[in-house]
Design a protein around this ligand. Sequence first.
Ligand SMILES: O=C(O)CCC(=O)C(=O)O
Ligand SMILES: [Fe+2]
Length: 295
Amino acid sequence: MTSAAPTPVYDKINDMSALEKAKDDFTNLGWACLRNCISRRLIDEARSVMEDFLGKLLGNKAGLSDGFKSACAAYRQFDVQVHLHDRLQATRIKERILLEKDLLELLIHLIGPDLAYNSRGSVVATMAHVSDPLYSKKLHQEMWAGPLLGEVRLWIPLSMPARDSGMECIPGSHTWGLIPNRRRQPVELPEKYEVVLPEVGEGDAILFHTLLVHRSAKNPGPAPRIALATGVRNVYHHHRTNHEHLTPWNLFHFSPMAKIEKNLGNAYLTPFRTLGGAMSHVKDDGKKNIPDYIL
Ligand SMILES: O=C(O)CCC(=O)C(=O)O
Ligand SMILES: [Fe+2]
């Protein structure tokens, strides 16, 4: 009789400690870097969807880096970044990235299982010749732009020419509270602080607190650095600001309690709504799932 080799115990311990370390880092530093949490296949899909869009925009296929540079020479960089984001969202790549096992598990540990992401956004890119602070960002806290205290920010590199071209962070700055600011820059910081540059590669993800002070790292190389940035919140947490109504959200993960709630419809006004009927439109009728995306 043959049996599968048992999973070595130390693997489990390593898995556990990666999650525990990420939780500790998030708490103490204000960010956590999850290594290899997004599959190469998904990163490649993201890159080819972006490449296809740029090819259509430019009328010729130039590859991701050259395509991005050419597109930004002809069109506003911000608009290019928004369109690339929208393609990643329409093809469900953004959602599938957020549902990657380790990433989802950390999110659930941080803010619970009922999750939604910002449905408006852009990819963020730096290029050596672009010093505009809209793209090469100076020290800032995400909260200045509207995100709430209970929101987790995600920064996910999709095209990473160098491991040190990511984001620089001030460890512990998320515990300082709101930093006085003017024109998207701090007007006051402690006399002494340290800036750290987490090295990241494609497949990694940085999760950070909305009060973490951070900025773009330099990207001196010839290729643009492109990342997906978005916010994730728990839909049951109500941290209202006077900015809340300006941010649309897409639900992407439900707890069992929320699934029941959703199926009930309006439980107060529709007695027996699901009695005798299916809880889901998915039936055993031989029909197929539509593939994750069709270009
Ligand atoms: O990608 C960058 O250069 C900065 C990103 C950033 O500030 C963010 O994602 O919040
Ligand atoms: Fe930021």
